[in-house]
Design a protein around this ligand. Structure first.
Ligand SMILES: Cc1cc2nc3c(=O)[nH]c(=O)nc-3n(C[C@H](O)[C@H](O)[C@H](O)COP(=O)(O)OP(=O)(O)OC[C@H]3O[C@@H](n4cnc5c(N)ncnc54)[C@H](O)[C@@H]3O)c2cc1C
Length: 436
């Protein structure tokens, strides 16, 4: 199975609507002349860009190497749901991470959307930010029970979440398909690629240097610093390194374990024409972003122009493209009968990096060399928060003991290729057979 979607940005199946509607990327010419900096960052997604911004603001020299374009990975392809917390239940975090890291991670990621929307405000990032909350929609009685428990756990922590019954959920979504929903008022939506490009601009304005089309090929220990060499042979010397390549890490890169610890979960999005005023009066009238509790989940949200962005599990390649698109038409007609027959103007997909326990990872790969990865489809707020946390570590504002995540060794996932094939082919089978 093809493991990486390394086509160029011009491929409409990689960044779709987001490429068509984002402000242009800032200039980031390939690295040519040798450089020496405090911190070299590999990967220009939210994690790397947030780190670059906060490092530069803190007075450190930071240089980002990006193999393709800014926001080429998950950061330019996602649904744009800026969520608080993780997929796992809040109460599970102290159980799994212990009494120090569990509550700390909950608190930092609970505040994640405020960090994201705060940066957007502070730097005036034009990225269609809407902070109206998100709706986790319940499928059937068991979905509703699960959300009830999630609501209870968040409320016990003082989070502003609200469990809605079926009729309240229908009013906010515009469909009667759901048995209820969890409204999280901390959350919201944004245009993902525009946010990535905005972070990049803000980082540059603060003094960071960004180089696109500069894939890191090799790293050498020079004793006092690391020497990073790009595929074109350009070099950067740095005392610190952040590896922020996450689900788009190359199999044969300098740290191959990073590729082997994530299972890639394919997810696609389809976008309609801008809905009419009348359609928008009933479909997501308050502009929350939504997704559901189904095993093969779906998500839906509006962009600033009123296009409905509808997504689910699957890769738009081979026969999958037609299968998922046809399913999308049927599923949308079932959710919103007034949209029956609507055309999708954009379709694109990407890969989410999943870990075995659905928790993100922090690794110390070597001296002063760190990586964050495995956001399990929750990366906008975590990537931003973890990038800032790494900057604080380098700037001496916190120590390893203060980090939100415990430092763990890199561990390969067994049967990874089979699991990835299972997601891709399973999603095809489900979408071939079902309307929803
Ligand atoms: C389809 C989809 C839907 C999603 N929906 C949501 C959502 O609604 N909400 C949410 O919060 N999260 C969502 N996510 C997850 C989120 O997008 C990711 O967790 C997040 O973008 C990860 O950011 P990152 O900076 O860690 O990595 P990425 O954005 O993946 O960036 C990694 C970068 O590293 C670069 N790179 C790789 N190798 C090298 C190299 N050798 N040299 C230099 N650069 C290299 C890549 O080109 C890439 O640009 C979704 C993801 C996908 C794919």
């Amino acid at each position: 199975m093809e493991r990486h979607v390394l086509s160029t940005r011009a491929d409409p199946l990689t960044h779709g609507l987001w490429e068509a509607s984002a402000p242009p990327a800032p200039e980031a010419p390939p690295l040519q002349a040798p450089r020496s900096v405090d911190v070299a960052i590999v990967g220009a997604g939210y994690t790397g860009l947030s780190a670059a911004l906060h490092l530069a603001e803190g007075g450190a020299s930071a240089l980002v190497l990006e193999a393709m374009d800014i926001g080429f990975g998950g950061s330019g392809r996602n649904v744009g749901l800026v969520n608080a917390g993780l997929w796992v239940m809040p109460a599970a975090l102290p159980e799994r991470l212990g009494p120090v890291h569990g509550p700390r991670l909950l608190e930092r990621l609970g505040e994640g959307p405020s960090v994201v929307f705060g940066l957007i405000d502070r730097h005036g990032i034009p990225c269609e930010a809407v902070r109206q909350g998100t709706l986790h929609c319940a499928v059937g009685a068991s979905g509703f029970r699960g959300l009830g428990e999630r609501a209870r756990q968040w409320q016990a922590l003082g989070a502003p979440v609200e469990l809605l019954d079926a009729s309240a959920a229908a009013r906010l979504t515009g469909t009667t398909a759901y048995s209820g929903a969890l409204l999280d008022r901390r959350a919201g939506t944004l245009q993902p690629l525009a946010y990535a490009r905005g972070l990049a601009r803000a980082a540059q304005a603060a003094g960071a240097t960004l180089h696109a089309h500069s894939p890191l090929a090799a790293v050498r220990d020079e004793g006092t610093h690391w020497r990073l060499t790009t595929a074109q042979g350009a070099t950067v010397d740095a005392r610190w390194v952040l590896v922020a390549t996450n689900a788009y890490s190359a199999p044969a890169g300098p740290w191959p374990g990073l590729d082997e610890e994530l299972v890639r979960f394919p997810y696609f999005n389809l976008a309609t024409r801008p809905l009419s005023e009348r359609e928008r009066a009933t479909i997501l009238p308050q502009r929350q972003g939504a997704w559901d509790t189904a095993l093969v989940l779906s998500s839906f949200r509006l962009d600033a122009a009123g296009r409905l962005v509808f997504g689910s599990v699957g890769a738009l390649r081979g026969a999958g493209r037609a299968i998922h698109r046809d399913w999308g038409r049927r599923a949308l007609a079932r959710l919103f009968p007034s949209l029956r027959g609507i055309h999708f103007d954009h379709e694109w997909y990407g890969h989410i990096g999943m870990t075995r326990d659905a928790l993100p990872r922090l690794h110390r790969l070597a001296r002063n060399t760190w990586s964050f990865s495995g956001y399990n489809g929750r990366g906008i707020a975590p990537g931003t928060v973890f990038g800032r946390e790494f900057a604080r570590l380098v700037l001496g504002q916190c120590s390893e003991a203060d980090m939100a995540l415990p430092v763990t060794p890199v561990q390969a996932v067994p049967l990874r290729a089979a699991r990835e094939a299972g997601y891709e082919w399973g999603a095809r089978a489900v979408h071939l057979l079902h309307g929803h």
